[in-house]
Design a protein around this ligand. Structure first.
Ligand SMILES: NC(=O)c1ccc[n+]([C@@H]2O[C@H](COP(=O)([O-])OP(=O)(O)OC[C@H]3O[C@@H](n4cnc5c(N)ncnc54)[C@H](OP(=O)(O)O)[C@@H]3O)[C@@H](O)[C@H]2O)c1
Length: 226
């Protein structure tokens, strides 16, 4: 049995990606900060015949992240696919949006820690075993602004752009190793409540793209457009 570890597993993309891989025979390790909420998702997936387990960790607390991935590996035997897409659903102290000219080390640093450093740490935790096995998939999610930035999200997009650049390069480095790295840019508002006129899509519409990348392994990046 193969296992996917989803970092930043909530009721939106996390659950949809869990269903996409779980319905194709994967066990699922769900990682986020709130164990109660993870347990709810695990129960829900269980009713759908998908084996899942929750592991609490904060991507900003990197030792907790590596410990959660280690616990997931101990529980399921291996991590074959890693997917990284944390998203705060409520305001986080220290997180602000800044246009490029208002970007500072202070308002960039938390975005970089969250979006980029957490992803790098997660990959480093699973990559050695994947390399040894000569197999594995690493998938990382950002918004469309990592490719085509919008001024309102100057600091947020810079962090997403850094992650994207690193993933594209990791994909090149890993070519021929059996391990595949890919970037997904979601260029829509997910679910309801987005800005007027902005394209939207449901997590269920977006999640199959992750399976397509995992299966095809033929491009470093995919953009989801409505
Ligand atoms: N929402 C959009 O419109 C939109 C648009 C473009 C791209 N995206 C991308 O889509 C992904 C998120 O999709 P979603 O909102 O549907 O996700 P989701 O799976 O519904 O939720 C993400 C989960 O991340 C967890 N999280 C937040 N902060 C964390 C932290 N510090 N450490 C660990 N886990 C943390 C939260 O759970 P806890 O609170 O329990 O930790 C939350 O439930 C992100 O990659 C985002 O960049 C979103």
């Amino acid at each position: 049995m193969s296992t996917i570890a989803i970092i930043g597993a909530g009721p939106g993309m996390g659950l949809a990606i869990a269903r996409t891989f779980g319905s194709r025979g994967f066990d699922v390790a769900l990682i986020a900060r709130t164990k109660d909420r993870l347990d709810g998702l695990v129960e829900q997936l269980g009713t759908e015949g998908i084996t899942a387990a929750g592991f609490a960790a904060d991507v900003l607390d990197r030792p907790s992240l590596t410990a959660a991935l280690e616990a997931a590996r101990a529980r399921f035997g291996s991590i074959d696919v890693l997917e990284y897409s944390p998203a705060p659903h409520s305001p986080v102290p220290g997180f602000t949006q800044a246009v490029p000219s208002e970007a500072t080390v202070e308002n960039l640093q938390p975005q970089i820690e969250y979006t980029f450093y957490g992803a790098v740490e997660a990959a480093r935790a699973v990559l050695p075993a994947m390399r040894e096995a000569g197999a594995g998939t690493l998938l990382f999610t950002t918004g469309g602004g990592s490719i085509d930035p919008v001024p309102m999200l100057g600091n947020v997009n810079a962090a997403g752009g850094a992650l994207r650049n690193w993933v594209l390069n990791l994909n090149k480095e890993l070519a021929g190793s059996g391990v595949y790295a890919g970037h997904v840019a979601i260029n829509v508002w997910i679910g309801q409540g987005g800005p007027e006129g902005f394209p939207t899509a449901t997590p269920e519409q977006i999640a199959p793209l992750y399976w397509e990348l995992h299966e095809a392994r033929d491009r470093a990046e995919a953009v989801f457009n409505a």
